[in-house]
Design a protein around this ligand. Structure first.
Ligand code: SF4
Ligand code: SF4
Ligand SMILES: [Zn+2]
Length: 271
């Protein structure tokens, strides 16, 4: 397996993985989506809620706010020695919300949540939770803990995780008349006309839609689109809970642990 980074920002990464097959690519995608833990609000004690939202809807909205996560300090609740329903300082973070609309309508934002740990806070302060009319009030205590996307989507570390085959584009210049129809129709501007010649300028952007092949009037078309089914272009977009590179590294670590466990079980069967 060989990994090449194409581009990276704080929240996104695009990289090529060579030397794997479709089941392995999908395994990596599914581990990223459902196995890498993040922090999310899971239990709420509501002392007062006179807003228009029912307690359950308020709890749902709070649960879906992505929180910055620290995987090195906190334990997953099932792995914490406290065995307590509401957790301990090693497996949960308490956030409080105490807001009242005084003298007019007031929007409650994620930034109004006050965390006992300044490192575990909403990834954005601007997520609206509810609007309060004058005199309405919310007072609650929220317990955030680590969890996995396979149990609830609120624990998913990514807002997008996709992969596609690496495209291969070939042009038979002996038969191509350079008319340029394929370049005009390409929605991703993969092809360009340079003089009387068609050139491939952004091969990695090809989505394998085949519009260029259909547009070509030469039969059989001198442009051929195929793909390499051992090479995949991944795109991962973090919700902001964890840096994108940490999500990928954690996913690979989990994959290795699962594989080792599988081998151990097979050996136990005497296979
Ligand atoms: S449409 Fe066909 S003939 Fe025209 S430039 Fe493209 S490949 Fe060549
Ligand atoms: S298959 Fe689609 S995206 Fe790829 S080069 Fe042809 S028209 Fe462009
Ligand atoms: Zn604990």
């Amino acid at each position: 397996m060989r990994v090449t980074l194409l581009e990276k920002t704080d929240l996104t990464a695009r990289f090529i993985v060579e030397g794997i097959n479709p089941p392995l690519a999908n395994t990596l995608r599914r581990i990223i989506l459902s196995e890498v833990p993040t922090m999310a609000i899971d239990d709420i004690v509501i002392y007062e809620n006179s807003s228009v939202l029912h307690d359950e809807i308020l709890a749902l909205r709070l649960g879906l706010i992505p929180l910055k996560t620290d995987l090195d300090t906190y334990n997953l609740p099932e792995k914490c020695s406290c065995r307590s329903e509401l957790g301990c300082p090693l497996c949960r973070v308490v956030l409080t919300l105490n807001v009242e609309a005084k003298g007019g309508v007031r929007t409650v934002y994620s930034g109004d949540l006050v965390s006992e740990n300044p490192n575990i806070v909403p990834v954005s302060e601007k997520i609206p939770i509810v609007k309060l009319a004058s005199g309405q009030k919310i007072m609650l205590e929220a317990y955030a803990r680590l969890g996995r996307g396979k149990d609830h989507a609120k624990w998913q570390p990514v807002s997008a995780c996709t992969y596609r085959y690496k495209p291969i584009i070939k042009i038979d210049y002996a038969r191509c008349d350079g008319c340029g129809r394929c370049a005009e129709i390409c929605p991703r501007r993969v092809l360009a006309k340079e003089g009387n010649k068609i050139v491939i300028v952004r091969e990695m952007e090809c989505t394998l839609c085949m519009d260029c092949v259909r547009a070509c009037e030469v039969k059989p078309p001198p442009i051929q689109i195929s793909w390499d089914n051992t090479t995949f272009i991944f795109y991962v977009e973090s919700t902001g809970s964890l840096p994108v590179e940490r999500i990928i590294l954690e996913a690979l670590k989990i994959y290795e642990e699962k594989f080792t466990e599988f081998m151990r079980l097979l050996e136990g069967l005497g296979v």
